[in-house]
Design a protein around this ligand. Structure first.
Ligand code: ATP
Length: 361
């Protein structure tokens, strides 16, 4: 396994002279730790596959460098990079048995027979494929075939990294849930650097120690699931992660106060020098805003409906034209269609042109 460094890496399918705003991957500099479990998360078209294909060598970057353990491999072929890749759809040999399919990447590299047998047995056991080892792959279900693909990606212990591109897309929902947890356990057992591309936040948050969020060709934040939840570095992260996502509301911010729709709410940090002319917004997750009966000192919101999610109730509200979600504390009921909102200042963040402003504690 390798440590992977991306240095000012960028890619444009329209040639390197195209305007930077049109790049499929805007310049990024970052490090992926040896043995880390990463998820690359973002909506369709944000550049995840482009970044993955740059790392594997399927695509050559328009700009920048990629280093594996300090060695520049930017122009090296995919084969020389020593990467295993698992795609959305099974890539297996139908006429071979499950065992032969799993052994193939090792055999191809001339691994000793005994090592092949031991590793195939281990991977088959970890993926619950042992009973199928001598069966022809052809007769198996799409789920089982994709498990074999996963196994083929994981079978070599000497790869620089294993890259997964939405590998659970074809898997039935029940098995998907099991495999997600299994991949996490496999990462612990096999000690490999793994990068897992997905547009599904649950998949990303269950699998990864570090989630790298992409938006419009840019890496907007890289952090633990807790960091992404607690302090989104970009309004997109706040909105994309969490269910419902973070509330983002235009505000006037001065010192330790924000004014939203004529009401003042307290902030935990002081914001003295916000960039001139920037779009200023306040972001707060629904979990940290409580619905209360209306009161003169509380921000007023119109109740549209209450969603009962079992363990919590989420009120769907409107502040003027802006949609807003907030937690309904147990036992409370509001008469009429107007509520007051109580904010937890420790969890209210300020954004300038979509980027988190640190403020002074
Ligand atoms: P998805 O989940 O839909 O695969 P993604 O996040 O993986 O999306 P990419 O496939 O990396 O995103 O695409 C990023 C941008 O680059 C998109 O605008 C896409 O249309 C464009 N793109 C991707 N591959 C090519 C290509 N071979 N030629 C031209 N443009 C491309």
């Amino acid at each position: 396994m390798a440590r992977i460094d991306l240095v000012d890496l960028a890619h444009s399918y329209g040639g390197k002279n195209a305007p930077e705003e049109s790049f499929a991957l805007k310049p990024v500099t970052m490090t992926w730790r040896r043995g880390g479990a990463y998820a690359l998360l973002g909506p369709s078209g944000c550049g995840k596959t482009t970044l993955l294909n740059l790392i594997s060598g399927i695509v050559t970057p328009s700009r920048g460098k990629i280093l594996f353990d300090g060695v520049d491999i930017t122009t090296q072929s995919t084969e020389k990079r020593n990467i295993a890749q698992v795609f959305q759809f099974p890539v297996i040999y139908d006429t071979m048995t499950v065992g032969q399919n799993l052994a193939f990447p090792l055999k191809n590299r001339g691994a000793p027979k005994r090592e092949i047998e031991a590793r195939v047995a281990e991977i088959a056991r970890l993926l619950d494929l042992t009973p199928y080892l001598s069966r022809k792959a052809m007769r198996l279900t799409a789920d089982a075939k994709q498990k074999i693909s996963l196994g083929r990606g994981l079978v070599r212990s000497d790869v620089a990294a294993v890259l997964f591109d939405e590998p659970l897309t074809v898997i039935d929902p029940e098995l998907k849930w099991q495999l997600r947890s299994k991949l996490k356990a496999l990462h612990r057992d096999l000690d490999l650097t793994m990068i897992y591309v997905t547009h599904d936040q649950t998949e990303a948050l269950t699998f990864a120690d570090t989630v790298v969020v992409m938006h419009d060709g840019r890496v907007v934040q890289s952090g633990t699931p807790a960091e992404l939840f607690d302090r989104p570095a970009h309004t997109f992260v706040g909105y994309f992660i969490g269910s419902p996502g973070m509330n983002i509301v235009p505000a006037e911010v001065k010192g330790r106060q924000a004014r939203i729709d004529g009401y003042t709410i307290a902030l935990n940090r002081s914001y003295e020098r916000l960039p001139a002319g920037a779009k200023i917004e306040v972001g707060v997750r629904p979990e940290f805003v409580e619905v209360a009966p209306p009161a003169p000192d509380l921000l007023a919101a119109n109740i549209e409906r209450i969603d009962d999610l079992g363990r919590v109730r989420i009120a769907r509200l409107r502040i003027g034209n802006i949609k807003f979600a907030a937690r309904m504390p147990p036992g409370i009921s509001i008469h009429g269609d107007v509520a007051g909102l109580k904010f937890d200042p420790a969890h209210v963040h300020v954004y300038a042109d979509s980027l988190l402003v640190e403020g002074v504690a």
